[in-house]
Design a protein around this ligand. Structure first.
Ligand code: NAP
Length: 314
């Protein structure tokens, strides 16, 4: 049983998670992605593999608030009896010169954080009692783990959304830093959202989940061909013997256990990695940063809602 939404369920961790959830008796599942043809093909594959026909695709571009609004409309048409787990999984690691989302936010921050922030805000009224929101984060947010990806640089949410333009940067380093910072944002968002739920007496758990490195997924798609080749053909071998390097299937297995509450954890809100519960970086607990991110994001979402409302009443 259970009603699940997975953002970015077309490949990588999202698809592996969908494969496991689809097999659960009575499960209803929505996967999302930017391309309908791919999404519908993936739904077909999931239905055939699991025998479950309650699997749907809804087109969703997290880099466009209009697309997120229209997701809500389509979700409502399915008339589900609430959501048991929202898995905010979609993510990009963009390492080319700066690009922006439809609302003008830097792409990595816009997709990985702002899009999920808005989606979560819209879906909050539909979360069932004792439901779970999982924000898929990453160990790269944590300088202690020395992952090889540059440490996050959180200045202010406003600066992350609207960075200074500079055409002569080392884009790979900039992109990777933006990625690790966006994963820090996923955790800052998780902890702030958990406080929000607690203050409103809601019993939805909010979890930041680090799947470990999962070589072979689409996350390296923006890298040069030789790096993509190593990512897809060489690094997966390390899943056999290196801690914190997993196949998407292995990480999906833990993610599903987290949703089921079967990891022996009663109060699930917090930070988890594939091996269990652990502390996230010191910076992620900074309530000033959490508040800065929360207020900026809410303000932007409200501006969009206000403009849309005005447009419709004109
Ligand atoms: N791979 C790793 O080593 C690793 C490590 C730690 C954490 N993570 C995290 O795990 C999550 C899943 O990553 P993955 O490795 O499975 O990557 P992936 O194979 O590239 O999958 C990413 C998913 O996100 C979707 N997506 C991309 N851009 C989108 C957008 N603008 N709007 C909506 N959906 C979008 C993609 O769907 P479409 O292309 O069909 O739109 C795809 O389904 C990410 O949050 C990532 O940060 C990954």
């Amino acid at each position: 049983m259970g009603n699940y939404i997975i953002t970015g369920g077309t490949k990588g961790l999202g698809f592996a998670t969908a494969q496991l959830l689809a097999k659960k008796k009575g499960a209803k599942l929505i996967i999302t992605g930017r391309d309908s043809k791919t999404g519908l093909a993936k739904v077909h594959q999931l239905q055939v593999q699991s025998g479950n026909t309650n699997i749907h695709f809804i087109k969703l571009d997290l880099g466009d608030f209009e697309s997120i609004s229209s997701f809500l409309g389509q979700y409502k048409r399915l008339l589900w009896d609430g959501i048991d787990a929202l898995i905010n999984n979609a993510g990009i690691q963009y390492v080319s010169p700066t690009r922006y989302t439809e609302q003008g936010y830097e792409l990595t921050f816009g997709v990985n954080h702002m899009g999920h922030f808005f989606l979560t805000d819209l879906l909050m009224p539909f979360m069932n009692i004792a439901s779970t929101i999982i924000n898929v984060a990453s160990g790269v947010h944590n300088p202690r783990l020395k992952t090889g990806i540059p440490n996050p640089v959180y200045t202010t949410a406003k600066e992350l959304a609207f960075p200074e333009f500079n055409s002569k940067k080392n884009w790979r380093k900039v992109g990777q830093t933006r990625y690790s910072t966006s994963k820090l944002c996923n955790i800052l968002h998780t902890y702030r959202l958990a406080r929000e739920f607690a203050s409103e007496g809601m019993d939805t758990s909010v979890v930041a989940f680090d799947p470990g490195m999962m070589p072979g997924t689409g996350l390296a798609d923006d890298y040069p061909a030789y790096i993509r080749w190593i990512w897809k053909n060489i690094l997966p071998i390390r899943t056999l013997f290196t801690n914190r390097i997993n196949t998407p299937r292995q990480s999906a297995g833990i993610l599903v256990k987290l949703i089921e509450g079967s990891m022996g954890i009663t109060n699930k809100t917090g930070y988890f990695y594939v091996g269990g519960e652990e502390k996230s970086s010191t910076q992620s607990y900074d309530e000033n940063l959490q508040e800065d991110l929360w207020l900026f994001s809410l303000d932007e979402v409200n501006k969009f809602r206000f403009a849309k409302h005005n447009q419709m009443t004109k």
